[in-house]
Design a protein around this ligand. Structure first.
Ligand code: MTE
Length: 326
């Protein structure tokens, strides 16, 4: 998401593919069980098998019970999800993070959670890894640049950590800060963004069960290029809201200013919800290119409101003018 480039993927309105559907698996399963059907007779609701690269430690997981945390779209291949990345601390080319993020030291690692709360805490990564059960969740990730992926993340709801510090009634927003260390991150020596990388959410967004604190993907710990040792996954927002390699979480009374808003306010607003009806000032957001489906004749997919998570998150924005609060 460089600031002064023209759109390489201007979508055509004719490029419409059938709406992808998603399935709230646990809910349907529960419904069937309520009807008295034995588990063995349930129709197969299995997700495709997802494998990591096999080089990183595995994480023990349970299936998530959060509504909307499993989409039926085919997951992006591990090779694509770990080699086509945005992580400007390691350079602006999509291949830079995979080439250079090996210099990132992910141990020891601490995350301070502070601000408007009764019990500010400094969490060691090992403590965070054990704070709640690690869940498998398959989320769509839609980048503001016009491409998308489907990633099986491992982690738990961000709310689990926020609750621990006991937010005060003044805590209306949450700010996330990524590591910015020139010694480990060559991109931080450039002026492409005002470091450190900062992102923000409204408190109710951060407490929404779909807002995920991620420690792994494809059943393994996160590769450095994907934001090790912990990052966010906010599936209804453009990918840049999902800050990587987080070191600080601050609860605030006032809306924080994100790095992208600082860089180009007209282009990147605070909310940045996926919205096919609100174009980026320089390109449409009506459709997207799914990474891995980009053959010569591959059709683009229509972008869904809130990236397809409207039933889960739409209420958060009831009555808001989403053209104004983009
Ligand atoms: N976090 C930090 N710290 N630095 C970044 O440059 N890029 C964002 C987001 N988080 C970014 C970041 C953008 S633009 C996207 S699309 C996603 O990370 C990409 O996540 P992925 O590489 O795991 O697909």
């Amino acid at each position: 998401m460089l600031i002064r480039v023209t759109d390489p993927h201007e979508p055509l309105s004719s490029e419409i593919t059938p709406r992808s559907t998603y399935l709230i698996r646990p809910t349907r399963r529960e419904a069937l069980l309520t009807l008295g059907l034995a588990a063995a007779s349930l129709p197969s609701l299995a997700q495709p098998e997802v494998h990591g690269g096999g080089k990183l430690p595995k994480l023990t997981t349970v299936r998530s019970g959060v509504a909307g945390s499993m989409v039926m779209d085919k997951p992006t291949s591990y090779a694509d999800a770990t080699s086509y990345n945005n992580f400007y601390e390691f350079g602006t080319d999509k291949s830079d993070p995979a080439s250079y993020a090996h210099t990132l030291k992910t141990r020891p690692w601490t995350v301070s959670v502070e601000g408007e709360c009764a019990k500010p805490m400094r969490f060691d990564i090992e403590t965070l890894l054990k704070l709640s059960a690690m869940e498998d969740r398959i989320y769509r990730l839609r980048c503001v640049e016009g491409w998308s992926m489907v990633v099986p993340w491992v982690g738990y709801s961000l709310a689990e950590v926020i609750k621990k510090v006991e937010p005060t009634s003044k805590a209306k927003y949450v700010e996330f800060t990524s590591l910015a260390d020139k010694a480990q991150m060559p991109g931080v020596r450039s002026g492409v963004l005002d470091w450190p990388y900062v992102e923000g959410l409204r408190m109710d967004e951060a407490m929404h069960p779909l807002a995920m604190l991620v420690f792994g993907m494809y059943g393994e710990v996160l590769p450095n290029q994907n934001g090790a040792p912990l990052r966010l996954a906010l599936p209804w927002k453009y990918g840049f809201k999902s800050a990587k390699s987080i070191v600080k979480i601050r609860l605030l009374e006032k809306e924080p200013v994100s790095s992208w808003t600082k860089a180009a306010q007209q282009e990147y607003g605070f909310y940045s919800n996926v919205n096919p009806n609100v174009p980026h000032p320089r390109w449409s957001q009506a459709s997207e290119r799914r990474i891995g489906e980009d053959g010569l004749f591959a059709k683009k997919r229509p972008t869904l409101m809130f990236n397809g998570y409207e039933p889960q998150v739409g209420q958060l924005y009831a009555g808001m003018d989403l053209k104004k609060f983009y």
